[in-house]
Write a protein of this length. Structure first.
Lengths: 220, 316
């Protein structure tokens, strides 16, 4: 592999991540949502490895390995276990209909691209152009958290935001300091564990994972 | 217009006319095989065409001139579409006549005429099929245009030959925007060619058929021409896909020898594409007609994202 193709491949990974974000927005089924999240993590790992190869930073390999273990293996496995236990594998849920959500999504993409275009020109990183895509991913995941009424897709949206942030940090600044990275990774893991416990508690209290039940303060 | 250009143009049209039924047969064969059925012969579409050409053409009593004219219009549109898509060579004298936008217009022209003919005889199925087909068509068209614009933005031209020349004969570069556009194009071509997630090409079930409902009233040579036009459309779409996303192996203007090589390359690419199409059709379930707008809106949005990514990341 010659060096000139590496930035192009990183851009390709960025586009795949954006594509997967859109797929997650338009996906109704929770099992497919988790699979898409796994794929997004995998694309992130590939992007980190490529960037590490291009910039000769060994830290990025460690970061990629951390992402691989956490986001591609451990967290999807945890989520699969949770939804199997809660028996919500095929839950179909929509708060706003999907086409409207996607239209809002495209507006977000245009917004973040136009915001990032001048900023990314200041970046000296070889993949600085991907900042817009990373920003779009973060906003799209926000959108997903807002438009979903069930708890599990919200957790996945939260994790996907984290994917977008890590991707932004990796591409624009060639990676955060190792200690921050490990800290974030542990945070996410603990977050998922706590949220998993929460899911079981919500389920026990309300017999449903619909978070609209949480809006009323008292039982009446 | 050079003699060689004329020759390659004729070759392209001949190849399209002869290979299109073969491609349909190939896809049908693989579909049957993947579904554990005994497959029809590879040459079955030719046999069907021959049978239909030998049969008498029965017309409805109320059928107007339009009804008789439409098979020829549709067939002509598809032949012209196949002629301007660079399949074997980019040296096509007919190509300046129509660019990417006119190509989309050609497909639309054929669609409008077939829909008019379906409504002409006044059967219930005809009107139903025509309405459904227009529903699919008016959503698929903008998506197809956006996909073609993605490629146009890279090559700075809407002429299909220039697009293929730019994409095929420059230094290899990875275009992320073309990846997104490729996904969108796959979705559009499934819808436009009445393939499984949108329509089943083999069904005659009243509730679901779209394309078959349109041509239900036709028989004999008219039906043969329409069937041939349908397979030419599949061929044209496959070739547009190959030209935009896998353009290697298409001969240049000043390379007569490459023209000989181009044919086997095209056949191999089409064969692989046909197997993939059969695989997609086998793996996906047909969706409700009211899900189709959502499906095509997704394709359109993906193509728009392709354009945006192209602006953000620049060329290469």
């Amino acid at each position: 592999m010659t060096a000139q193709y590496v930035p192009q491949l990183i851009n390709l990974c960025a586009t795949v991540i954006l594509l997967l974000s859109f797929a997650m927005i338009s996906q109704r089924r929770i099992v497919s949502l988790i699979n898409l999240f796994t794929l997004q993590g995998l694309a992130l790992v590939i992007a980190s490895v490529l960037l590490g190869y291009a910039t000769h930073q060994n830290e990025l390999y460690v970061s990629a390995a951390l992402t691989l273990v956490l986001k591609v293996v451990l967290i999807p496995w945890l989520l699969h276990t949770v939804i199997r236990r809660l028996n919500v594998r095929w839950d179909v849920e929509t708060l706003i209909n999907i086409p409207t959500t996607m239209l809002v999504g495209i507006a977000l993409v245009i917004f973040s691209f136009s915001l990032a275009l001048p900023v990314s020109q200041l970046s000296k990183s070889i993949a600085g152009g991907s900042l817009g895509i990373a920003l779009a991913c973060v906003l799209l995941s926000f959108l997903m958290m807002i438009t979903r009424s069930k708890a599990v897709p919200q957790v996945i949206g939260f994790l996907s935001i984290e994917n977008g942030l890590i991707f932004a940090a990796t591409t624009v600044t060639n990676g955060m300091p190792m200690i921050v990275e490990i800290g974030v990774a542990l945070d996410v893991l603990v977050g998922v564990l706590i949220l998993g416990v929460f899911l079981f508690q919500i389920r026990e209290q309300f017999d449903s994972l619909d978070i609209r039940h949480l809006e009323s303060l008292k039982e009446d | 217009m050079s003699l060689l250009g004329l020759f390659s143009q004729l070759m392209a049209i001949l190849a399209a006319l002869l290979l299109a039924p073969l491609l349909s047969g190939w896809v049908n064969q693989w579909r049957a095989r993947l579904q554990n059925k005994s497959a029809p012969g590879l040459l079955q579409p030719y046999r069907v065409l021959r049978k239909l050409f030998h049969k008498e053409s029965v017309l409805a009593e109320q059928a107007s001139m339009l009804f008789r004219l439409v098979p020829y219009v549709s067939f002509g549109c598809m032949v012209l579409a196949c002629a301007i898509v660079p399949t074997l060579s980019t040296d096509l004298p007919l190509s300046p006549a129509a660019d990417a936008m006119a190509l989309v217009g050609l497909f639309a022209l054929a669609r409008v005429f077939v829909s008019l003919a379906a409504m002409d005889v006044g059967t219930a199925f005809g009107g139903l099929g025509a309405r459904r087909d227009m529903l699919v068509g008016f959503l698929a068209e903008p998506a197809l245009l956006m996909v073609l614009f993605c490629a146009s933005m890279i090559s700075k031209s809407t002429s299909l030959t220039t697009i293929v020349e730019t994409l095929a004969h420059r230094e290899l570069a990875i275009y992320p925007s073309l990846l997104v556009a490729g996904v969108a194009f796959t979705m559009v071509s499934l819808a436009e060619n009445a393939r499984v997630p949108v329509d089943n090409p083999e069904t005659h079930l009243e509730l679901t058929m779209i394309h078959e409902a349109l041509i239900l009233e036709y028989s004999g040579r008219h039906l043969a021409l329409l069937e041939w036009a349908a397979s030419l459309k599949l061929f044209a779409y496959s070739c547009i896909g190959l030209a935009l996303f896998f353009p290697w192996g298409v001969a240049e203007a000043d390379a007569p020898l490459a023209l000989i090589m181009a044919l086997p390359v095209l056949v191999i690419k089409l064969a692989i594409g046909g197997v993939l199409l059969a695989l997609v059709e086998t793996l996906s379930a047909k969706m409700r007609i009211f899900r189709v707008p959502e499906f095509l809106a997704t394709a359109f949005l993906l193509a728009v994202i392709g354009l945006l990514v192209n602006i953000l990341l620049g060329v290469g």
